[in-house]
Ligand binder design. Structure first.
Ligand code: NAD
Length: 365
């Protein structure tokens, strides 16, 4: 039997609630397969800062270093609460970006999926959404504006200024393009390359390198599209996209928009893959507005488990079973409150009930 060590970073806000549902599923997967999971909870995010004075304490670094994979809940506080933490220690700057840098998790996979039977969850009209939505967004995760040189100070005129630079080198672009083309080859062999080369020089280099890598994948059709236009088309015609590749900040924003067209960010899991380490997390934040109410949608967290089973542990069939189990809960007419309003003809369920139902469906698989 293979044992995998999994670092569990519960995070903040709804993090612990949705992590509890992910653990339910991991324990069930363990019971059904010739595999064992050594689950180690460790502090990360704002709660870690209040408890230990660091958003990513050394003890947590030791746990994530030793882990075969990391499962991370969302981190962060409301805008007002965040001010209680020094700027450089606030969870994204103090924990999330350092972890991405530490493990060089450059390839972020964000599936945007809503099958035909569930299109009523989307705010888009049926004639727009058609047969449903099935997009794989691939976001470069350790470069660009979020990781470039940052500087603040007082300029010669005595005014406060800030400078943040958007940096990429050709190797960083090449490796994410290889991931994107490989993914496109496994899907519909169409790659939408998202850029802003009419304004940003970084996009000019991005596109040059994309074309060089494209030469190795001649079967893939590339469609170049400006990021602002892509935002519009995601609303007007999401069915035109299959695989999309984009730099870090474009991906941050467009993938949240993708959560919007599905109906909720709660439907957005993700995988963050480096050459030696991977971590898995919902794409969304800690949802402080609904934390502690047992109403968050744990799909994003359980979907992240499904991605981990497949991408880190090679349990492809079980991963599919988890996806199917989640879809079956929706198909039976159940919904968490983020996706439906009372009176919409659905049976409203809580975070923990959703997890229980997924577990039951998985048991019956
Ligand atoms: P958010 O993603 O937390 O929430 C936006 C909206 O989506 C809210 O209405 C929220 O209730 C809803 N939502 C999100 N996830 C949901 C789920 N699983 N089920 C049901 N509804 C869900 O964005 P925000 O409010 O702008 O940010 C809150 C905090 O999260 C901030 O501190 C931000 O910095 C942080 N954040 C962290 C990550 C991360 O950990 N990777 C990502 C984004 C934002």
């Amino acid at each position: 039997m293979t044992t995998y060590k999994i670092a569990l970073l519960d995070g903040d806000g709804i993090g612990p609630e949705i992590m509890a549902e992910a653990v339910k599923i991991l324990k069930l997967v363990e019971a059904r397969n010739d595999v064992s999971f050594d689950l180690v909870h460790t502090p990360f995010g704002a709660s870690a800062w209040f408890d230990t004075g660091s958003s990513y304490p050394d003890e947590s670094k030791a746990v994530t270093d030793a882990a075969d994979a990391i499962l991370k809940g969302p981190i962060g506080l409301s805008h007002e609460e965040s001010k209680k933490i020094p700027v450089d220690e606030q969870p994204e700057r103090g924990a999330l970006l350092p972890m991405r840098r530490r493990y060089n998790t450059y390839a972020n996979f964000r599936p945007v999926y809503l099958p035909k039977g569930l299109v009523h969850f989307s705010p888009l009209k049926p004639e727009i959404i058609g047969e449903g939505i099935d997009i794989m967004m691939i976001r470069e995760l350790v470069g660009g504006l979020y990781f470039g040189h940052k500087e603040t100070g007082i300029n010669e005129d005595g005014r406060r200024y800030v400078k943040e630079t958007l940096e990429y080198d050709e190797d960083q672009i090449k490796r994410i393009m290889k991931v994107a083309f490989t993914t496109a080859m496994k899907r519909k062999k169409v790659l939408h390359n998202i850029h802003k080369s009419n304004v940003l020089k970084s996009s000019v280099l991005w596109n040059e390198v994309m074309e060089e890598v494209h030469a190795d994948y001649p079967e893939v059709e590339v469609i170049n599209i400006l990021v602002d236009a892509a935002a519009t088309y995601l609303c007007l015609n999401p069915g035109m996209f299959d695989t999309m590749v984009m730099e870090n900040m474009f991906g941050d924003i467009l993938s949240d928009q993708a959560g919007g067209i599905l109906g909720s960010l709660g439907l957005m899991p993700s995988a963050c893959i480096g050459d030696k380490k991977a971590y898995y997390e919902p794409s969304h934040g800690s949802a402080p507005d609904i934390a502690g109410k047992n109403i968050a949608n744990p799909y994003s967290m359980i979907g992240s488990v499904a991605m981990m089973l497949d991408m880190s542990f090679g349990l492809e069939d079980e991963s599919k079973n988890v996806w199917n189990a989640m879809q079956s809960v929706f198909s039976e007419g159940f919904s968490t409150p983020d996706l439906s309003k009372e009176g919409a003809g659905v049976k409203m369920i809580s975070t923990s009930e959703f997890g229980d139902k997924v577990a039951l469906a998985l048991k019956n698989t």
